[in-house]
Design a protein. Sequence first.
Length: 312
Amino acid sequence: MTIYILSGTPCAVKLDGKYVGRASENYKILETDGGFLEFEPLDSSYSSVCIIIGKEPKGTKDARVFDIFGGFLIIPTFPRRLVTDYREIGSGKLETSAGTALFKVVSENGIKLSLSLNGYDVKENSPFAVEEAKFTRVAGGRKEYAVAFLTGGRTLVVGFDVSLGKPTVAFRNACDGYDFEKGNLVVYEKKNDVLGHTVESVWNFADTVSCVRYSVKSDRRRYSVPEKLIPLAFFEEIALDGDLAPFLSPKLYGRRDELADFLGKFTAVLPPPHFAPENTVLLLYRDKIQYAETVVEKGLITEIRLLDKSDF
């Protein structure tokens, strides 16, 4: 059988104890009749994941398995390695109308952020390593917020509503950069996709925390994309709620607002495996996969069709 492996965390792959390659955000392809498959993350802060594969591999809590109609896709999710070393990364104090808010960020079995206020404690975990911590107070409307910025390779922003003296999480966002604009929080997220997108969202902290502006920009022009990459770029644009107009023929242009509902909420767009038609993409959902086939004429998409297992 053919196994495709996809891992957001680069890892070494072993089959029955033998090293067979490395997996990352690009497919690792493995031909096997089955066995004991191990994934060893290159980042030592994560623990390894293993799975036994037979004729029809089954997923586990740490490894999702999808039948992709000609093979199987395995996506490991690595748990944080438990360590006992304690290290304080940062701390801070903010004066609020409800009292003094005390922040602390420590490394102990992962990165932990805690906020103490009036005898109440709230804790949040960071999904990545943190080197620096900053804190600020934001007030708007009838509400008051204590906001933490935990920065490592990326930045985790956590906003706590402290208006009533008992802190609750009102905002959480992992981003690649942030700023303030007229009292609003601006966060940026860079995407490693065909057009090199940057997503910018502007958040207003008032009676509620709401997004007041959302925009998608790209480093590359749509017309610089080779024709064979147009379907991939198009579905990445849909996932970001970006501008579909430059991709669509006049036939589909008027129906562009229907496409998101037609396709549903997918979490990733992947190139087709080797056995699938070149004009397809593999859409990854939380609990399933879906192939989407496109027809491109003169650089514009004229048809979109969803395929099922009987099409393979």
